[in-house]
Design a protein around this ligand. Structure first.
Ligand code: ZN
Length: 263
């Protein structure tokens, strides 16, 4: 499932094609009851995100909320690509646009109704800091941090790869609770969530630092094993201690870790 950085990247691409530009084509899902000609003529004024939720604001004051869930896919370009999936929506400006496929969680809100955002802080928002994130993690001090990090009402936009890699980078075991961690370790975890979310947005999904990534790619390590610290790397050596990365199940999702480095 795409995580916050993937959703924000899609929003940025859509924004570049349509915000403030005349809409050549607007297609909405057939279950959306709306005057699409009026929406098209009013144009798109903003494309916003909070965590994994995206919404498109129209000049009429309506907002179209889009949650990709597991199956939704975006494609962008000058012309619509060939896709075997069912097209749900199209947003096309003078230079091209975005096409949305397979998503079912798409709703049009009338003017004056705000999208129901998850309550968690979004690490990609400029006002979110490591200090505010650490405070939010402490709000449920006795929950295991490995499951807390997937709760969109705690941190919005964190999914499995960001969860696994941030816990590794901070050296924290997923069974720990916020109350068990010293202030400096909790701050390190909050800083890792912020750093990796922002880095992944900038690098199209790479969480490790760029020198390390370049070294591993030069050594012919496939991209999917080179791009993360631990996520998806079961059996590969830990980049810190060399012991094999393990794969377990935590909060019903695969969890990758170095059980030696994460305490
Ligand atoms: Zn290790």
């Amino acid at each position: 499932m795409p995580e916050g950085p993937e959703i924000r990247r899609a929003a940025d691409r859509l924004d570049a094609y349509v915000t403030g530009k005349p809409l050549i084509e607007l297609e909405l899902p057939d279950w959306v009851d709306a005057d699409s000609t009026a929406l098209r003529d009013s144009g798109i004024t903003a494309v916003r995100t909070h965590g994994k939720l995206m919404w498109v604001e129209f000049g009429t004051g309506h907002a179209l909320t889009i949650h990709l869930q597991l199956y939704g896919r975006w494609r962008f370009g000058r012309v619509e690509p060939a896709m075997s999936r069912s097209r749900r929506a199209a947003f096309v400006g003078p230079q091209g646009g975005g096409w949305l496929y397979s998503a079912t969680d798409v709703y049009l809100l009338p003017p004056g109704v705000s999208p129901e955002r998850p309550r968690g802080l979004d690490p990609l928002h400029p006002e979110t800091t490591a200090a505010t994130l650490a405070t939010r993690l402490l709000a449920s001090p006795r929950r295991q941090i490995g499951s807390q990090l997937l709760d969109q009402n705690v941190v919005a936009g964190i999914g499995n790869y960001l969860r696994c890699d941030a816990l590794f980078l901070a050296g924290v075991a997923p069974e720990r609770r916020a109350i068990d961690l010293s202030e400096s370790r909790l701050n390190a975890l909050a800083a890792a969530l912020l750093l990796l979310s922002r880095r992944s947005l900038a690098t199209t999904g790479i969480t490790i630092n760029s020198e390390l990534f370049a070294d591993e790619r030069a050594a012919r390590i496939p991209r999917r094993f080179a791009r993360h610290y631990v996520y998806g790397r079961a059996g590969h050596p830990c980049r810190s201690c060399g012991r094999p990365i393990t794969r377990e199940t935590i909060a019903a999702r695969p969890f990758y870790a170095c059980r030696h480095c994460q305490r």
